[in-house]
Ligand binder design. Sequence first.
Ligand code: SAM
Length: 263
Amino acid sequence: MQNGRSYRSYFVRSKGRHGVHSPFVFQLADTCLTAKVDKNFKTERKKWFRQLTHDRHLFSIVDLGAGSKKLTQQRSVSKLLKSSSSRGVYGDVLYQLARFYRPETVLELGTSLGVGTIHLKKGHPSAHIITVEGCSETQRRALQSLDHWNLDGVTTICAPFDEFLQLPASIRYDLVFIDGNHDGKATLYYLESLLKQVHNETLFIFDDIRWSDDMWQAWQQIVSDERFHVTIDLGRMGLVWQRTQQTKEHFTLRPKIWKTKWF
Ligand SMILES: C[S@@+](CC[C@H](N)C(=O)[O-])C[C@H]1O[C@@H](n2cnc3c(N)ncnc32)[C@H](O)[C@@H]1O
């Protein structure tokens, strides 16, 4: 379900870099979100997407998402690419954010085929990425993707998010991408659980903030939370930083549209 009303108001309110007074957010709008994606990566990506689009072989997936209703369904790689992968503008946004902020350690909740993982890694190749996926068959496809791209420094973990988050961990993340189980309450729980493993400059990226009323309410709660001083509505994604040195402010921005599709 798309939250049509909030999308309409997003398109009315969103701006480019003009009218943004915070230097931190101006830089993001002016430099980060306008950076071009490497040409070779784009060419290789196009070929890879074409390959995935032709893979219509069905396999069983266990869906732990949206409210953790455990559903088993038949899906193909082609379908997963279309329905649950960061392609188009938002794939580029992941690449741009990783390239600009150069995170050493990244956590991704929700690997699917590894499309988001690959954009983050290609944006900043020396980053160490930990990516968590609850469905073992889906994770197998993600491992094939990582092999295709011949990437080092990516750790894939097969576990439900809540189990993963209960493990004792000493790692501190510089960037966290929360993109699975689009349930408002669960999303807030993941954020809360991760706060002990982040720092003041850690960037949280939430996908599908307008996916349902419930996700939208969770996003509104994050925006009004006094602990997060910078929040940015990017349409499909929401960006969050603690940055307590900055006056609390919320922004609505439009990612730069190169010749890519929006969703
Ligand atoms: C939207 S997809 C991730 C897309 C990927 N991040 C990208 O950018 O291309 C969400 C994934 O999260 C997994 N997932 C959903 N809820 C989960 C949970 N509670 N625990 C573990 N994995 C979960 C699903 O199996 C699915 O593959």
